[in-house]
Design a protein around this ligand. Structure first.
Ligand SMILES: [Mg+2]
Length: 168
């Protein structure tokens, strides 16, 4: 099984720019929602997120929400941000992501997946043969299970439990 090692490690989505993506040859970005774009308890896309999405769009990057969420959140955020989406994407299974990518006419080398979970988002990207961008979960403190999971993902994040990332 391929190791779920991210291509790029970032603190959050706001470190990612259209130029940075285009420099990697990426034109299509499939984005995890929960704890990547917004924490679980937030239901409104904030100003910073909206501006970031607009900047990506103006910079020629097509965005898409690829969420495992079973509820209405992906639709809510997609509507607020003017994006297309799928929920119940069943990451890390590659089927849905590959279907979306192909239906949009992109190749794996033009595509990236961004998310906060190594065994879900990054592994899905690896299985799809696309670039993976891993961000820190926005908020893990409200869910002890997420904190435990994050701890076990640390070897793949190449970072420390606290403090600054080694890659920053
Ligand atoms: Mg997530």
């Amino acid at each position: 099984m391929p190791l779920p090692v991210p291509t790029v490690l970032l603190h959050d989505i706001y470190e990612l720019t259209p130029d940075g993506l285009r420099g990697m040859g990426v034109r299509f970005l499939m984005m995890d929602l929960d704890n990547t774009l917004a924490p679980y308890h937030v239901h409104e896309a904030g100003g910073e997120l909206r501006r970031w999405v607009d900047g990506m769009r103006r910079g020629g990057i097509e965005l898409f929400i690829l969420s495992n969420n079973h509820g209405g959140r992906p639709e809510e955020f997609a509507r607020q941000l003017g994006l297309d989406y799928v929920n119940r994407a069943k990451k890390p299974r590659p089927d849905t992501a590959l279907k979306v990518m192909r239906s949009r006419g992109y190749s794996p080398s033009e595509t990236a997946i961004i998310g906060d979970q190594i065994y879900t988002d990054v592994l899905c990207a690896v299985r799809c043969g696309v670039r993976s961008i891993c961000v820190r979960p926005i908020c893990i403190s409200r869910n002890p299970l997420l904190a435990v999971r994050y701890f076990f993902e640390l070897p793949f994040r190449g970072g420390k439990k606290n403090g600054k990332r080694q890659d920053r």
